[in-house]
Design a protein around this ligand. Structure first.
Ligand code: AMP
Ligand code: MG
Length: 327
């Protein structure tokens, strides 16, 4: 090989080895749901791997079905007088959850474990409990039983009620989406779609050539989830999160029992709504509010406490009537 050929070979080799392959959107089952990530032109194997390991790390900390998750250990220590040493991340999310409970008058309640376990919706043990069991469980859902403390840079959570337990299922996907978005910004990703079990985040400019083009996100028809979207939301970037009665449920004697509970009745919330979608830049807030508004209904008042954010809400009632609110 002469010098010229060697140079051509070297240039070709470098060009091919530096150009990373762009993968198609990737899907994994994590956080108890199907998570799909589309990184478009930034979709390298390394970056997909990094994002999914972040989701798995979050799952390992917060999943109540994993015996050794930090939240499970806190729950196991409930009522024992032991304050569990947790990571700052777990501490902060539980601290904010307690605050959200206060702001939503417990419509969002991170300490509903007693009720959630009693009904077991989505598990092999799902059932309609006896009224006296429900009344007993209601007594063990007071967020004031969550005691947070810090000493010497260490973080502790204690649950003072032995029969109470944390369940952050209504906030963790929003929290996870925000965390991934932070990573996308750090990595200078130009655009992405995160779909964490229907908890959507559209990130960056939809089109490179047209900076004004908007993402379109469809809202499922809760009455006929397989049908066309009941509403389409257009947005520059941000999160679209839905809580709905069709997501996890069972039917007994013609009655639908779904997975979003009203802590006051100890039963699946009956606010006349089939779904609530919340749209804002903050996915965690969307997740909390979608659950809280699903429980509280359209006539609640606490939403005005969140007016420092631009929030849009799409309510769909049990007849399929759509009502849109902008704050
Ligand atoms: P989401 O789909 O975000 O509305 O969250 C529903 C999940 O959060 C359920 O599967 C329960 O684990 C938990 N959950 C149910 N009802 C509530 C509630 N009122 N407040 C907080 N978490 C709840
Ligand atoms: Mg939620």
């Amino acid at each position: 090989m002469n010098l010229r050929n060697i140079l051509i070979f070297a240039i070709c080799f470098l060009t091919f080895s530096c150009k990373k392959t762009v993968l198609k959107p990737q899907t994994q089952y994590v956080l108890g749901t199907i998570c799909n990530i589309n990184l478009f032109e930034s979709g390298t194997s390394d970056l997909y791997q990094e994002l999914f390991s972040e989701l798995n790390a979050i799952d390992d900390k917060f999943n109540v079905n994993k015996e050794y998750s930090e939240i499970s250990v806190v729950n196991q220590n409930a009522g024992s007088g032991i304050a569990t040493n947790v990571s700052q991340e777990v501490y902060e999310l539980v601290r904010r959850s307690k605050e959200y409970a206060m702001l939503t008058e417990n419509s969002f309640n991170p300490l509903l474990g007693a009720i959630i376990k009693l009904w077991g919706i989505g598990s092999d043990f799902q059932k309609v409990p006896e009224e006296k069991e429900i009344q007993e469980a209601i007594k063990h859902c007071d967020p004031n039983s969550i005691v947070l403390s810090q000493t010497d840079g260490m973080y502790f959570i204690e649950i003072t009620d032995k029969n109470a337990s944390l369940d952050l299922g209504a906030i963790v996907k929003g929290f996870a989406a925000d965390k991934l978005v932070k990573l996308l910004k750090e990595k200078k990703v130009s655009r992405a779609i995160l779909d964490l079990g229907g908890n959507i985040y559209v990130f960056g400019d939809k089109s490179k050539s047209d900076q004004n083009s908007l993402w379109q996100v469809g809202i499922k028809n809760p009455i006929m989830p397989q049908a066309n979207p009941i509403e389409i939301v257009s947005l520059k970037a941000g999160s679209v999160v839905t809580s709905g009665n069709y997501e996890r449920f069972f039917i007994q004697d013609g009655i639908v029992y779904h997975h979003i509970f009203d802590g006051k009745t100890g039963r699946p919330a009956q606010s006349g709504l089939a779904s609530v979608t919340v749209i804002s830049e903050n996915s965690e807030l969307c997740d909390v509010l979608a659950t809280a508004l699903f429980v509280a209904g359209t006539t609640e008042n606490f939403i005005k406490r969140f007016d420092e954010q631009t929030i849009k809400i799409v309510f769909v009632d049990l007849d399929g009537t759509v009502q849109i609110l902008s704050i």
